[in-house]
Design a protein around this ligand. Sequence first.
Ligand SMILES: [Fe+2]
Ligand SMILES: [Fe+2]
Length: 444
Amino acid sequence: MEKSVGVAGRREFLKGAAMIGAAAAAKCGMAMMPDEQKAWDKYNAMIIPRPEGLLEGEPVLQAPAPDSMGVAFAVTALANGFAELADNPAMEKPVRFMAEGMPLAGIDDRVLRVRMTDLRPGTRYWYRVGAAKLEHPVGYWTKPSEIVWGSVHSFVTPGANAPSHFAMMCDTHAAFEQMARTTKLYRKIGVPLVVWNGDVPNSLMNTKDDLVRNYLVPPENDGYAADTPIVLNRGNHDFRGVAANRLGEVMMTRLPGERRARHAALDRNFAFRMGDVALIGLDTGEDKPDHHPANGGFSRFTQYRQAQTEWLKDQFLRPEIANAPYIVAFVHIPIVELWPGANPGTVLEDYATWQKECADMWGGVLTANRVQLVLAGHIHRYRHDAATATRSWAEITGGGRGGSTYQTLVECKVDGGELLVRVHNVDKGGIAGEHRFKPRAVGA
Ligand SMILES: [Fe+2]
Ligand SMILES: [Fe+2]
């Protein structure tokens, strides 16, 4: 890990008379102009009080990868952000990372995003986030406060040596009280990673604050991802409202090094191992065709799905994916026809209950590679469609907010030489269903 130098560590400003003396000693036209000396004096005279309340809520771990981890957190004033990382809970000999951005760190007055890099796969780390409030005593000259640090949390990086254990929640739809039952449950179980499989908001996201409230500081759910990295896989509602395409300001994208150059635009698809299981994230997009007036003529979901098809094929060329004993793919909208005549998402009427374009493009690729399971959401109820003679994978959908159904947490864990999938009924408690999958043939 490379140590990033914090702003506070670089302050070398000369003060008052010392500066005048230094300039006079130069004797070669470098004497400080009076106005500049005034600027230095003003800069140095400004005392920034410790910015209490600068950190809003606990941090949200996100975009986990075997060698990196993102973390974003909300702030209440213009600030630079930091994360300190250590291999011990006492935080001895920490490595410090600055908010992502080069050469300018990503300072912001609402959200700070830090990427912790050069990590080891399948390894537990401890970390804390911090922020320094920024003031401008003189023009653009920026002065930071002391760093305010949050509490210490921990996480485990993904990788083939990580626990074969994760979970899916979906369709939380800003029903924060109900969502809290889910987030408490996975923390109680000790699930090391959660895929948030779409439809996070309920209504339009028109401002950055809408994004912050939905993804970063959801009421009743503080700390939901402080120790449990979240992998966000968007649903149709995550694309709605004029701020939807600013999601990257709040929830970090995957690092470019995770994909080949020709897939550069696909910055949210993921494929990585959690122990014996490879997780693959595919984005089904909106639930209406591109020519639907709701999309305003600026959506390209069909093209996006096609691009993901090429990306998906490439994932099976990676040994760590091709050789995984189990493969679980994530989609938001189901890709199994739910019943004859169910809306396939290609017509103008109503909205998709399943995504036929994605089924046609991806279903065969998944079968050709003996994928065992697809986890979906969108229909707000638990449903299991078993594999068939022509389809290698089963599909399990999770429950969602409201209605006559119940919210689910779909927990996946390798147990006794099989992948055990437990569907938790979050609202009533207990297990709604269990499914087991055998290892796939590798190298066939
Ligand atoms: Fe939904
Ligand atoms: Fe949906």
